[in-house]
Design a protein around this ligand. Structure first.
Ligand code: SME
Length: 160
């Protein structure tokens, strides 16, 4: 069994370092992308608080398709360039949205979501997926959250 130690009261960089280490340990030696995404999606809310959704959308045939996630059922297909996820994938750029109601074209999968962080996953220079985090709190995410999820994305890109 895989055991995970959650240390409370740590700084954000320390939390994300622990999340990264746990994700690498959990996916070590496993080649199945779905299994790895599923475990990482389950792991994220164990470390990152105040979320209502965390998971993957994969780039398939020029659109985003829902991948493994934690949270309520979500929109299945998102066009590149649409919504926060499609924008992150099309621009290959992290999207940090403090208030989803001010993001033109935001796709509301869960009406509880108020802020959102979407990070592209790149492999050999191509965006292969995005990691999407939603929170019911306004401005839940900042540059430290973005840096933490970007580091996670880079570390697991060749395992999903
Ligand atoms: N809000 C996202 C859609 C995905 S859900 O949040 C899970 C977007 O605008 O792309």
């Amino acid at each position: 069994m895989f055991s995970i130690d959650i240390v409370h009261g740590q700084s954000k960089p320390a939390v994300y370092r622990d999340l990264l280490a746990a994700a690498l340990a959990l996916t070590d030696g496993e080649s199945d992308a779905v299994a790895n995404m599923a475990n990482i999606a389950a792991l994220i809310p164990m470390f990152v608080g105040e979320l209502n959704w965390a998971g993957f959308y994969r780039v398939q045939n020029n659109e985003l398709i829902l991948g493994p996630f934690w949270g309520k059922p979500a929109c299945i297909r998102i066009a590149l360039g649409q919504g926060v996820c499609g924008t992150a994938a099309a621009l290959s750029q992290t999207q940090l949205v403090e208030d989803v109601h001010t993001f033109a074209g935001h796709i509301a999968c869960d009406s509880a979501s108020r802020s959102e962080l979407v990070v592209p996953v790149r492999l050999a220079g191509r965006v292969i997926a995005v990691i999407d985090l939603d929170s019911p709190l306004l401005a839940r995410f900042d540059a430290e959250d973005a840096a933490g999820i970007e580091a996670l994305s880079a570390a697991i890109a060749d395992r999903i």
